[in-house]
Write a protein that binds this ligand. Structure first.
Ligand code: SF4
Length: 477
């Protein structure tokens, strides 16, 4: 993706969009602030440290915990399927659809399935794959990608939703949120009872019990995993945690960081297919574990902590850049600060070299991250890699030349004084306060022109500091 200058400008200059993003992220920030206060939880910071340590330990021993998880899923009657990349993952789901004669899939929210573009791929096969999370359902109808990893339709107002339901579902226009929810509920019920396959994500995969934990507020993931005959939970390999008791730490920090809830409404544990004396649950249960570039990230000790992410979205809500440009201006499904560090690591820094710079480095993301990922530090590492890559391919020569020139002048005081004396003569103060804009040729350099279109440097003063000093001190240098 080339630098999306026009899209960025359009987002920043859209007052309706700006209000929607600011209001929604602002509400989530305030709810988090209240939920982590000492009268709600004792020593939230200690839980963050604990969560960080558990993730660190797990990622550093991931092979051990993955094998343990697989053994326990098998012991529970389920099956773990390994996918090296998106193609292998999609091929497995396709194969199940073919073998089981699947015509309809109900699916709960999962960023990993967004990552492998599962819906898009299966729609080619004429399979009716239905998003059942309300926000995702709205976006599927609108043919859009998630705007936020927790609140996918954060940018839509209830008036936008009324338009979408009228246009795509043929429903009478309804602007009351509760009534819109009832429309979605009625439409989705019919899908749940007729789907042959349910696909969910997985927030945490517990190695010592082989269970997949799903955390949600709407109950749609529970229905997607219990109503259809076959179920597939899709998750990245980094979602492992060692023990069921570790979950207590993550449940305390995740809901609070994401939506300001002490606990989300539903916490489901999927541990295999329906057993003999059970009345519901799938007949077949699969866990599709996806690498898709994660082992490459693990191999880098300086940046592997990027995989500790539990997708709470707090870093997006607190990021001044995300709050201005919104979710659709990031090149991949992961947006905000976590997207700015994940995308370059998965796709290579050369793919979107501007992305690690989409940050003011204010540090808010690291302050709020429940697993203490040092995002600004990783952004600096990535910026270093971008600079190194430019050096290798010969790009950035202009920048190098500019710095050589700068260094040449700054280390020669006589030359510096001479140039300083010339500046006011060649670039006298302009009535519009601009001067760098008027230097011949400057506006033909695209990045410089972009910068200067919004601002300029003050014109050089008539007398330099040295000249003023000499005058006022009676000629002393
Ligand atoms: S990086 Fe941290 S704050 Fe951001 S989504 Fe992941 S866990 Fe949440």
């Amino acid at each position: 993706m080339i630098f999306p200058a026009e899209k960025l400008t359009a987002a920043v200059q859209n007052p309706k969009l700006q209000t929607a993003i600011y209001d929604s992220t602002g509400r989530l920030m305030e709810k988090r602030r209240v939920a982590i206060a000492p009268d709600s939880i004792d020593d939230f910071q200690a839980y963050r440290t604990q969560a960080h340590r558990i993730k660190q330990h797990t990622i550093e021993n991931l092979d051990y915990y993955l094998e343990q998880f697989e053994r326990n899923v098998s012991a529970n009657g389920g099956k773990v399927v390994w996918a090296r990349d998106a193609d292998e993952a999609v091929a497995f789901v396709r194969q199940i659809c073919k073998e089981k004669g699947v015509q309809r899939i109900v699916k709960s929210k999962s960023m990993t399935t967004e990552e492998i573009e599962l819906n898009h791929e299966l729609e080619h096969d004429k399979i009716d794959i239905v998003e059942t999370d309300l926000g995702e359902y709205i976006l599927q109808l609108a043919n859009e990608k998630p705007y936020h990893i927790v609140a996918p339709a954060l940018h839509k107002t209830r008036y936008d939703v009324a338009d979408i339901f009228t246009e795509k579902l043929g429903e009478a226009r309804e602007e009351v949120i509760e009534k819109q929810t009832m429309i979605a509920r009625r439409r989705l019920r019919e899908k749940f009872v007729t789907a042959e396959l349910g696909i969910t994500g997985g927030n945490f995969l517990i190695a010592d019990s082989g269970a997949v934990t799903i955390i949600e507020n709407e109950g749609n993931a529970r229905l997607s995993s219990s109503a259809p005959r076959v179920q597939i939970a899709v998750a990245g390999i980094e979602k492992l945690i060692p023990r069921a008791q570790d979950l207590a730490t993550f449940l305390r920090v995740l809901g609070r960081s994401a939506t300001g809830q002490p606990l989300t409404v539903y916490t489901s544990f999927l541990s295999g297919p329906r057993r003999e004396n059970e009345i519901d649950g799938p007949e077949e249960f699969y866990v599709l574990l996806i690498d898709n570039g994660r082992t490459k990230v693990i191999a880098d000790p300086a940046k592997r902590q990027s995989l500790y992410c539990i997708r709470c979205g707090a870093c997006l809500n607190h990021c001044p850049v995300y709050r201005k440009i919104g979710g659709h201006n990031y090149p991949w499904v992961y947006s905000g600060p976590i997207g700015a560090i994940l995308s370059p690591q998965f796709h290579g820094v050369a793919t979107d070299p501007w992305l690690p710079y989409a940050s003011s480095l204010c540090g808010a993301c690291a302050e709020v991250c429940p697993v203490k990922i040092q995002i600004p530090k990783i952004l600096l590492e990535l910026r270093h890699e971008v600079t190194e890559a430019k050096r290798v391919v010969g790009d950035g020569r202009l920048e190098k030349l500019a710095f050589q020139l700068y260094s040449f002048v700054m280390t020669r005081p006589g030359l510096y004084n001479f140039i300083e004396g010339l500046a006011p003569r060649f670039f006298p103060g302009q009535s519009d306060g601009k001067w760098l804009n008027k230097v011949p040729g400057v506006m033909s350099i695209p990045p410089v022109a972009g910068w200067l279109s919004q601002r300029d440097l003050p014109p050089p003063p008539e007398k330099s500091f040295r000249e003023l000093w000499r005058e006022r001190s009676g000629g002393r240098a």
